[in-house]
Design a binder for this molecule. Sequence first.
Ligand SMILES: Nc1ncnc2c1ncn2[C@@H]1O[C@H](COP(=O)(O)OP(=O)(O)O)[C@@H](O)[C@H]1O
Ligand SMILES: [Mg+2]
Length: 242
Amino acid sequence: MLVVQGVTKQIGGLRAVNGVDLSLGENEIIGLVGPNGAGKTTLLNMISGISAPTSGKITFCGEEITGLKANQICKKGIAKTFQIAESFPGLSAQESVMVGALFGKPRKTSMADARKEAASVLDFVGFPAEKMQTTVKNLNVVELKRVQLARALASQPKLLLLDELTTGLNPKESKEAVELIKKIRDTGVSILIIEHVMSVIMGVSNRIVVLDHGEKIAEGRPYEVVNNQLVIDTYLGDLHAF
Ligand SMILES: Nc1ncnc2c1ncn2[C@@H]1O[C@H](COP(=O)(O)OP(=O)(O)O)[C@@H](O)[C@H]1O
Ligand SMILES: [Mg+2]
């Protein structure tokens, strides 16, 4: 479904991402991990069209999408959530999700349909029904994350990119997030997820890819990766959460 070949992002004198290859199949969840500054967000930004690669090629469902704009890529079926969960602070929760339903899909959607779809996807992600009309800036972090996820899902993606969805959540909330991620996968959506909490990554990923200094240093099934000595030395050894 997604094939990333030799993708590089040069930012000034720094190669934030350096010749990374990655592929992801249908109904697959890939966990992307690595130390801060490893290039994880930069890689997701290139896949979702927020920034263009300096070199390399990205193919989605057999079609090259390298360097297309974020709105074009979203309409082809790739949606992303952001590391910092801020979005349209002046809109209500429902309106914020309607943005995804109205502008994220390839086909035109009426306001009435967008309103219904937003309500249904907010319900799917467990957002409290009585807060649908609450202004986004008055929501707590868990509610904000659910709105952000709902907005991404409202664009009806085939591939969902999640950047640190559980950051700021407590262990119980993170566990709920894991269940939700699996529930989304079971609807037929593939997922590429950046995550620091190893229990979350281990719980959901079919495969894990490890980045360090912009390069892929390991890839494999979860138990293989956490037992890889290079991964332990460069990343897991420092993780108190593990
Ligand atoms: N817009 C930018 N301008 C300058 N440096 C950047 C920019 N975006 C990312 N970087 C740098 O690229 C590297 C990778 O960053 P990032 O992709 O955010 O890492 P991660 O998400 O793995 O923590 C870091 O060294 C970061 O400082
Ligand atoms: Mg990041």
